[in-house]
Design a protein around this ligand. Structure first.
Ligand code: AMP
Ligand code: MG
Length: 332
């Protein structure tokens, strides 16, 4: 890619608009419930390279989607209470990583939130508050200690009533795998973007890849930008999947310790780090923990940066933790 082409792309990003067509090979596919945007910059790829990355993401969806009753995770969930079940390498890897983030966030990120997500109707287009009994029953089946992994036999056993949900980590895992495929096919510079909730970059550009965080309340308004050398960026917020009831707003991220949707002044958390799966899981976990506790968790981790956007008394409050390079305020 020429210097001029990169400059045009940077200018497009800095103004919050999408990548201009003509700068790199640009492909879009609806996957994992959102638009996946793939841009290959260097070198010009063979015709089926983007397709091979999309195929891999589509395959992972058949492993990890809780929306699809025939996916591998749905079949595992259906066998809860029936003892150890052998699983694929991908399901084992995602479960392992989820349990490790569950430990490092002290249970704030918890892949066993499935019963809560179902009870509150977030597997449908019409979420709603459950009857108190079913809400409590769902909450009683949530907890990382209810999941047992046996690495030697690559099997997982779930206690009765437990259901795994990888909505908080799956896109980040898919970004990692898509970038691996591109790298193996000789691509040196590329970007994978799942509706800006999980982003991954392959290769480096001078000054770092620019990333924009939008105002969670109004996604057309860019809020801040920063630079990433290589790796992943993941953002969690309650602003896209939520419902309102009695003047309260209930979103799709649950506090597993309370068994309820998170209600706080935190509007979004963005995590920047090398691995997409970890960035994705951490952004969900930090959203549950809130800014103060989230910053304490980040301070123990190398190579992690985070940007928190909170509703202050009047204006938005933006703060960071760890490694965030070139943070620039764009509005407000
Ligand atoms: P994200 O947009 O990555 O923050 O993921 C949100 C999704 O993760 C939700 O739609 C649920 O499927 C799932 N989820 C909700 N709460 C949690 C939690 N506390 N830990 C792990 N996954 C969660
Ligand atoms: Mg996440």
């Amino acid at each position: 890619m020429t210097r001029t082409a990169i400059a045009i792309v940077l200018a497009a990003l800095a103004t919050g608009s999408t990548w201009a067509l003509g700068n790199g090979e640009h492909s879009v596919r609806y996957l994992m419930g959102t638009w996946c945007d793939l841009v290959i910059f260097d070198p010009p790829p063979a015709p089926d390279v983007a397709e091979s990355a999309f195929r891999e993401i589509a395959r992972l969806e058949t492993v990890l989607s809780s929306w699809d009753p025939t996916s591998e995770v749905s079949r595992l969930n259906a066998s809860a209470g029936l003892g150890p079940q052998r699983v694929s390498d991908d399901l084992a890897a995602v479960t392992d990583e989820s349990l490790s983030i569950c430990a490092s966030t002290r249970g704030a990120f918890d892949p066993s939130v499935g019963p809560l997500v179902r009870a509150w109707g977030f597997y449908t287009e019409t979420p709603a508050t459950p009857a108190p009994d079913s809400g409590r029953a769902a909450a009683s089946h949530v907890g990382c200690t209810l999941i047992k992994v046996d690495r030697d036999s690559r099997s997982i056993s779930l206690a009765e009533g437990v259901a795994l949900d990888f909505g908080g980590i799956g896109k980040g895992y898919a970004v990692d795998r898509a970038l691996e495929i591109l790298r193996a096919r000789g691509v040196t510079r590329a970007k994978v973007d799942f509706g800006s909730s999980s982003l991954g970059f392959l290769g480096r550009i001078d000054g770092g890849w620019p990333v924009v965080i939008v105002d969670p309340r109004d996604r057309d308004t860019p809020l801040v930008s920063f630079r990433v050398s290589e790796g992943s960026v993941s953002t969690s917020s309650q602003q896209e999947r939520y419902f309102e009831s009695d003047g309260r707003r209930f979103g799709h991220i649950f506090d597993p310790r309370l068994g309820l949707p998170v209600e706080s002044r935190l509007l979004s958390v963005t995590v920047i780090m090398p691995r997409g799966s970890t960035a994705d899981a951490l952004s969900t976990g930090l959203f549950v923990l809130g800014a103060a506790e989230g910053k304490r968790v980040i301070s123990r981790m190398p190579d992690v940066g985070a940007v928190f956007v909170e509703q202050g008394p009047r204006d938005l409050v933006i703060s960071t933790a760890g490694k965030v390079t070139g943070l620039t305020r764009l509005s407000h």
